[in-house]
Design a protein around this ligand. Structure first.
Ligand code: ADP
Length: 165
Protein backbone atom coordinates (compact mmCIF):
# COMPACT_ATOMS: atom_id res chain seq x y z
CA UNK A 1 0.00 0.00 0.00
CA UNK A 2 1.63 3.24 -1.14
CA UNK A 3 0.40 6.53 0.28
CA UNK A 4 1.59 9.67 -1.44
CA UNK A 5 1.38 13.35 -0.64
CA UNK A 6 1.11 15.94 -3.38
CA UNK A 7 1.81 19.24 -1.61
CA UNK A 8 1.37 22.76 -2.89
CA UNK A 9 -0.38 26.05 -2.48
CA UNK A 10 -2.98 25.42 -5.22
CA UNK A 11 -3.92 29.12 -5.25
CA UNK A 12 -6.11 28.17 -7.14
CA UNK A 13 -5.96 24.63 -8.56
CA UNK A 14 -5.14 24.61 -12.31
CA UNK A 15 -5.41 21.98 -15.04
CA UNK A 16 -1.65 21.44 -14.54
CA UNK A 17 -2.22 20.43 -10.90
CA UNK A 18 -5.21 18.28 -11.84
CA UNK A 19 -3.15 16.48 -14.47
CA UNK A 20 -0.50 15.60 -11.85
CA UNK A 21 -3.26 14.40 -9.45
CA UNK A 22 -4.88 12.16 -12.08
CA UNK A 23 -1.57 10.67 -13.19
CA UNK A 24 -0.47 10.12 -9.57
CA UNK A 25 -3.56 8.14 -8.59
CA UNK A 26 -2.71 5.66 -11.32
CA UNK A 27 0.57 4.76 -9.61
CA UNK A 28 -0.19 5.04 -5.89
CA UNK A 29 -2.88 3.52 -3.68
CA UNK A 30 -3.85 6.67 -1.84
CA UNK A 31 -3.14 10.30 -2.70
CA UNK A 32 -3.29 13.08 -0.15
CA UNK A 33 -3.35 16.53 -1.69
CA UNK A 34 -1.63 18.63 0.99
CA UNK A 35 -2.67 22.27 0.92
CA UNK A 36 -0.17 24.53 2.64
CA UNK A 37 -1.67 27.28 4.83
CA UNK A 38 0.80 29.89 3.73
CA UNK A 39 3.98 29.97 1.75
CA UNK A 40 6.87 32.28 2.71
CA UNK A 41 7.48 33.44 -0.82
CA UNK A 42 3.86 33.63 -1.87
CA UNK A 43 0.87 35.54 -0.59
CA UNK A 44 -2.18 33.38 -1.14
CA UNK A 45 -5.18 34.99 -2.84
CA UNK A 46 -7.55 32.33 -1.48
CA UNK A 47 -7.87 31.16 2.11
CA UNK A 48 -6.83 27.60 2.80
CA UNK A 49 -10.51 26.59 3.21
CA UNK A 50 -11.38 28.07 -0.18
CA UNK A 51 -8.44 26.27 -1.81
CA UNK A 52 -9.36 22.95 -0.15
CA UNK A 53 -13.00 23.30 -1.28
CA UNK A 54 -12.02 23.92 -4.90
CA UNK A 55 -9.72 20.86 -4.95
CA UNK A 56 -12.40 18.70 -3.29
CA UNK A 57 -14.89 19.78 -5.93
CA UNK A 58 -12.65 18.96 -8.90
CA UNK A 59 -11.46 15.64 -7.44
CA UNK A 60 -14.85 14.43 -6.17
CA UNK A 61 -15.09 11.71 -8.82
CA UNK A 62 -11.58 10.42 -8.23
CA UNK A 63 -11.22 7.50 -5.87
CA UNK A 64 -8.51 7.39 -3.22
CA UNK A 65 -7.89 11.14 -3.17
CA UNK A 66 -8.08 13.13 0.07
CA UNK A 67 -7.49 16.85 0.50
CA UNK A 68 -5.83 17.89 3.75
CA UNK A 69 -4.55 21.34 4.79
CA UNK A 70 -1.25 21.55 6.65
CA UNK A 71 1.02 24.01 8.43
CA UNK A 72 4.72 23.81 9.06
CA UNK A 73 7.25 21.41 7.63
CA UNK A 74 6.13 19.24 4.77
CA UNK A 75 8.23 16.32 6.01
CA UNK A 76 6.47 16.41 9.41
CA UNK A 77 3.08 16.44 7.70
CA UNK A 78 4.18 13.53 5.50
CA UNK A 79 5.25 11.57 8.61
CA UNK A 80 1.93 12.33 10.36
CA UNK A 81 0.03 11.08 7.32
CA UNK A 82 2.24 7.95 7.22
CA UNK A 83 3.14 8.77 3.63
CA UNK A 84 5.74 6.79 1.71
CA UNK A 85 6.22 9.26 -1.09
CA UNK A 86 6.05 12.99 -1.83
CA UNK A 87 5.01 13.83 -5.37
CA UNK A 88 6.07 17.03 -7.09
CA UNK A 89 5.52 18.27 -10.61
CA UNK A 90 8.39 19.53 -12.75
CA UNK A 91 7.59 22.08 -15.44
CA UNK A 92 10.84 23.57 -16.61
CA UNK A 93 14.49 23.70 -15.69
CA UNK A 94 13.63 26.67 -13.45
CA UNK A 95 11.67 24.32 -11.14
CA UNK A 96 14.57 21.88 -10.96
CA UNK A 97 17.06 23.67 -8.72
CA UNK A 98 14.54 24.42 -5.96
CA UNK A 99 12.98 20.96 -6.16
CA UNK A 100 16.35 19.22 -6.00
CA UNK A 101 17.33 21.21 -2.91
CA UNK A 102 13.97 20.53 -1.22
CA UNK A 103 14.00 16.81 -1.94
CA UNK A 104 17.57 16.45 -0.68
CA UNK A 105 16.77 18.42 2.47
CA UNK A 106 13.66 16.31 3.10
CA UNK A 107 15.71 13.18 2.55
CA UNK A 108 18.18 14.30 5.22
CA UNK A 109 15.32 15.04 7.61
CA UNK A 110 13.56 11.74 7.03
CA UNK A 111 15.21 9.26 4.70
CA UNK A 112 12.29 6.81 4.56
CA UNK A 113 10.13 9.20 2.56
CA UNK A 114 11.11 9.48 -1.10
CA UNK A 115 10.29 12.37 -3.42
CA UNK A 116 9.03 11.41 -6.86
CA UNK A 117 8.74 13.82 -9.76
CA UNK A 118 6.23 13.77 -12.56
CA UNK A 119 7.15 15.90 -15.53
CA UNK A 120 4.45 18.23 -16.74
CA UNK A 121 2.29 17.27 -19.69
CA UNK A 122 3.40 19.50 -22.57
CA UNK A 123 0.05 21.24 -22.86
CA UNK A 124 0.41 22.51 -19.28
CA UNK A 125 4.13 23.22 -19.13
CA UNK A 126 3.64 27.00 -19.13
CA UNK A 127 0.83 26.95 -16.59
CA UNK A 128 1.10 28.27 -13.04
CA UNK A 129 -1.39 29.65 -10.53
CA UNK A 130 0.53 32.95 -10.55
CA UNK A 131 0.10 33.43 -14.29
CA UNK A 132 -3.59 32.51 -14.06
CA UNK A 133 -4.10 35.07 -11.28
CA UNK A 134 -2.38 37.70 -13.40
CA UNK A 135 -4.73 37.00 -16.35
CA UNK A 136 -7.79 37.01 -14.05
CA UNK A 137 -6.70 40.27 -12.45
CA UNK A 138 -7.03 42.03 -15.79
CA UNK A 139 -10.37 40.40 -16.62
CA UNK A 140 -8.95 37.80 -19.03
CA UNK A 141 -10.63 34.47 -19.74
CA UNK A 142 -8.99 31.75 -17.64
CA UNK A 143 -11.33 28.89 -18.60
CA UNK A 144 -8.65 27.11 -20.65
CA UNK A 145 -6.24 27.14 -17.68
CA UNK A 146 -8.35 26.15 -14.69
CA UNK A 147 -11.44 24.06 -13.84
CA UNK A 148 -14.79 25.91 -13.84
CA UNK A 149 -14.91 26.21 -10.05
CA UNK A 150 -11.50 27.95 -9.96
CA UNK A 151 -12.53 30.31 -12.78
CA UNK A 152 -15.76 31.17 -10.96
CA UNK A 153 -14.02 31.75 -7.62
CA UNK A 154 -11.35 33.85 -9.33
CA UNK A 155 -14.02 36.08 -10.88
CA UNK A 156 -15.69 36.48 -7.47
CA UNK A 157 -12.43 37.25 -5.72
CA UNK A 158 -11.31 39.79 -8.31
CA UNK A 159 -14.69 41.54 -8.09
CA UNK A 160 -14.44 41.67 -4.28
CA UNK A 161 -10.99 43.17 -4.60
CA UNK A 162 -12.22 45.57 -7.27
CA UNK A 163 -9.56 44.24 -9.64
CA UNK A 164 -11.77 43.62 -12.67
CA UNK A 165 -15.24 44.26 -14.06
P1 ADP B 1 2.23 27.10 -8.51
O1 ADP B 1 3.69 27.01 -8.84
O2 ADP B 1 1.34 26.99 -9.72
O3 ADP B 1 1.84 28.18 -7.55
P2 ADP B 1 2.02 25.11 -6.40
O4 ADP B 1 2.95 25.67 -5.43
O5 ADP B 1 0.61 24.95 -5.97
O6 ADP B 1 1.91 25.76 -7.82
O7 ADP B 1 2.63 23.74 -6.93
C1 ADP B 1 2.37 22.48 -6.43
C2 ADP B 1 3.10 21.47 -7.25
O8 ADP B 1 2.47 21.37 -8.53
C3 ADP B 1 4.57 21.77 -7.54
O9 ADP B 1 5.27 20.54 -7.54
C4 ADP B 1 4.55 22.35 -8.93
O10 ADP B 1 5.77 22.13 -9.61
C5 ADP B 1 3.43 21.50 -9.55
N1 ADP B 1 2.82 22.18 -10.69
C6 ADP B 1 2.23 23.39 -10.72
N2 ADP B 1 1.78 23.69 -11.96
C7 ADP B 1 2.10 22.60 -12.74
C8 ADP B 1 1.95 22.29 -14.14
N3 ADP B 1 1.40 23.17 -14.98
N4 ADP B 1 2.40 21.09 -14.57
C9 ADP B 1 3.00 20.24 -13.71
N5 ADP B 1 3.20 20.48 -12.41
C10 ADP B 1 2.76 21.63 -11.92
Amino acid sequence: MITAIYPGSFDPITFGHLDIIKRSVRVVDELIVGVVFSHNAKNALFSVDERVRMIEEVTKDLEHVKVVPFRGLLIDFAKDMKADVIIRGLRAITDFEYELQMSQTNHRLHAEIETMFLTTSVEYSYLSSSVVKEVAKFGGDVSQFVPEISAMELRKKMKQKGECK
